[in-house]
Design a protein around this ligand. Structure first.
Ligand code: FAD
Length: 299
């Protein structure tokens, strides 16, 4: 998935690790927008041609992603694929497209163009050139599924880390007070360099930001979170937002939506949600918390 994934258990259960690994290998094969043989690519290649039968998991995630896209029409959009591919940020083809190219692709991101047939488990993209991209939601879905399975297998305490999408389960066996410490990435520094840490009971922590997938052309900065209204990377005062929530899929979607909302409206949005909290980092490097979170800044 273009990232580093880790699973930490506090029991010697190698079979569990192997099974989770196999689940993720299988998930990447089905859900990737970068692999020609995935179910997602079959849907995208059949846009404007025919409906495609998919596995129950792929149908389930697309259905949820469409629901969120309709709920947050100006920000989260699972049909954003044509624009993501056009900019290709984080890949070797990354470039600033022309305004004409962007205008053309904007026509292909209408969420109403996704037709779901639940009884047949079929997905149809009505217009040629449409493409589904699950990059902003899939890892949250996978993390929730893994957490669910771990609990079923009797694993009480664990850390699931899908490239920065973190879910903690149970209690921290390495600390006396048993809450988990989660580091918050510094968006201006390389992965792993944190600007502080929170201390919380088990939860999901998901981050969206401009720090990793980005490039500069003539001093203009471009990043990978693309507006479905303008076709350009979102330009506002947010460098990064981390959402703490009970479910990771909810955290994934909220991270994107709160990113689009900006620092002030994003904080208000999160404060209205029960059992959800956030840490925003502004482009100027300020840290804004929606609640205490036992946050400790690294000097
Ligand atoms: P988030 O902020 O959570 O999401 C940003 C991503 O969401 C963007 O990169 C884009 O894909 C999409 N997006 C942009 N704008 C919007 C919008 N308005 N609404 C909805 N979505 C939007 N990366 C690789 O480099 N190589 C791979 O081989 C690879 N394979 C993958 C396979 C799978 C199954 C998945 C799910 C992802 C894969 N990725 C791959 C992508 C990578 O893992 C991350 O998904 C990507 O880096 C963004 O994740 P994030 O959590 O950093 O950002």
């Amino acid at each position: 998935m273009g990232t580093i994934i880790s699973l930490t258990l506090f029991q010697n259960r190698p079979q569990v690790v192997t099974t989770v690994y196999q689940y993720l290998v299988d998930a990447e094969k089905k859900f990737s927008a970068n692999n020609d043989n995935s179910e997602i690519m079959r849907i995208n290649q059949s846009a404007g041609i025919r409906p495609v039968s998919v596995s129950p998991a792929v149908f389930d995630l697309i259905k949820r992603a469409v629901m969120y896209s309709k709920k947050f029409p100006n920000s989260f959009n699972v049909a954003i694929g044509p624009l993501v591919k056009l900019w290709d940020i984080g890949f070797s083809g990354q470039r600033v497209p022309s305004a004409t190219e962007i205008r053309q692709k904007l026509k292909a991101v209408a969420i109403t163009g996704i037709e779901l047939n639940e009884s047949q488990l079929q997905v149809y993209l009505k217009y040629p050139g449409m493409a589904i991209d699950l990059g902003a939601i899939a890892k949250g879905y996978f993390a929730d599924q893994i957490a669910f399975q771990l609990k079923r297998w009797g694993i009480k305490d664990a850390i699931i880390d899908l490239g920065g999408n973190v879910v903690t389960l149970g209690h921290n066996q390495l600390a006396k007070n048993s809450d988990w410490q989660i580091g918050i990435q510094d968006p201006k520094k390389t992965r792993g360099e944190i600007l502080g840490k929170v201390q919380l009971p088990a939860c999901s922590a998901v981050t969206s930001g401009i720090g990793e997938r980005n490039f500069k052309v003539r001093d203009k900065f471009y990043h990978h979170i693309i507006s479905p209204r303008t076709g350009y990377p979102v330009e506002n005062d947010v460098a990064q937002v981390t959402i703490f929530s009970p479910s990771s899929i909810q955290g994934e979607v909220l991270a994107t939506v709160a990113f689009f909302a900006g620092i002030t409206a994003g904080q208000q949005l999160v404060k209205q949600m029960p059992n959800v909290a956030a840490i925003f980092v502004t482009r100027a490097g300020e840290i804004k918390l929606t609640s205490d979170l036992n946050f400790k800044k690294i000097a």
